[in-house]
Write a protein that binds this ligand. Sequence first.
Ligand code: GLU
Length: 493
Amino acid sequence: MSAAAPTVRTRIAPSPTGDPHVGTAYVALFNWMWAKKHGGQFLLRIEDTDQVRSTSESEAAIMRSLRWIGLPWDEGPDIGGPVGPYRQSERTEIYQRHVAQLLETGGAYRCFCTAERLEGVRAAQLAAKTHMKYDGHCRRLSAAEVQSRVAAGETYVVRMAFPETGITIVPDQLRGGIEFQNEQIDDQVLLKSDGYPTYHLANVVDDHLMGITDVIRAEEWISSTPKHVRLYEAFGWTAPKFFHLPLLRNADRSKISKRKNPVSLDYYERIGILPEAMRNFLGLLGYSMPNDQEIFDLDEMLQGFDFGRLNLGGPVFDRAKLDWLNGQYIRKMGPAVLAERVAATFLTPERLAAIAPLALERVDRLDQFVPLLAYLLGGKLEYTHELLLKLTGRKGAFEWLPGDEATELLRRTAETLDTVRPWTAATIEAAVTALCEQTGWKKGRVLSPVRAAVSARPATPPLFELLEALGGAVTRARLRDAAEWIEANPRPE
Ligand code: GLU
């Protein structure tokens, strides 16, 4: 009997630096499919090597969203597994050990260059219009010099000794071989001066030690892959297979971004997109089922799943299509299930408790609660110029806020609020105040369109409390929706 083929093992490896992203769910779907098609395993690994930007809140939110969308992992930081730990911040010693190995074999070298020297190299390359990369200065230091500088306690990073001439070919399973000129590729930093690894080192070491056979990730990583291919070689390991999925796009075909499209899975959950519809929708992005079937579940997609059916031209994340598809799922579920799902999404005790403080002083009868605060439970708002752009002053005086100023105010506020954590009235207010101080904007001028954008009402309960109750994902999406509405509907002069 011949030896059994190794099991296919795939992974999703998000960096916990923000909201759970639709792109993560998209990549997870294809990893899950590929592993399950082969009876293999799908892993979750948390890539939190960026100590400044990684947060445990983001990690928890990503895991929550992946559970929501229904792509269960077989091994991961929460459930463990045979090749853990599955969180990179707990594996520092492993990376250091592997770097020591590369230093010994000449696959890597210590670099003592100061920030000032690197800045000088960059400036000279910029002036000479040559390719920007590390100039290899420390690669040529003698072993004796390196030793004495280490002994003297100088700080250093460890860089990869990338081949200086020739080419590197990335064998992409979906595209064939992609050729890179080695002289264009930097001697990547592998270990930072604080002893922490960079993405490249941690990613390769972990994929190898975790037995990942197939790396399926977004196209934007293609330019990193030659470094990875050479790292596997330097370690003497067999590289996994690489599949680079097409990037999701906004309607204007630019790379999907929150400036043009909500990208947070939380947002879609909060507006009542069903996880089964979202899975189906992601499965339609660039992928076509036999007979162009449009409505299908995971099992149907798994039957006959084939990367040959994936079109590499960037698929557009079309929200109208997502709504349509979601509607199809609603039509099928029947009224009793619909009632249950609405209750579970919008009328949970937690949601109602979050908005109840805003009603306490304002209703005399319970039947006033829903009309007063319905806009906080969900729904797309209807805007007018009057609401978004009219600044009323004293004694009936008013002024029109110019459309481009309003869009700038709304977008900058959305951007500022992107990083507010935890999401409370006080932290939101502090962020908006800081933005006003930094830009010189008058607070009233900012708060008026913000209030209208999130409520479509001229007057509301205290704004920051309202934003807290509305939640970050929906707040930011409404601010961007309103900016988009203003652009699409210029006010007639
Ligand atoms: N941590 C990377 C990310 O956030 C993983 C990329 C990869 O899959 O190699 O997407």
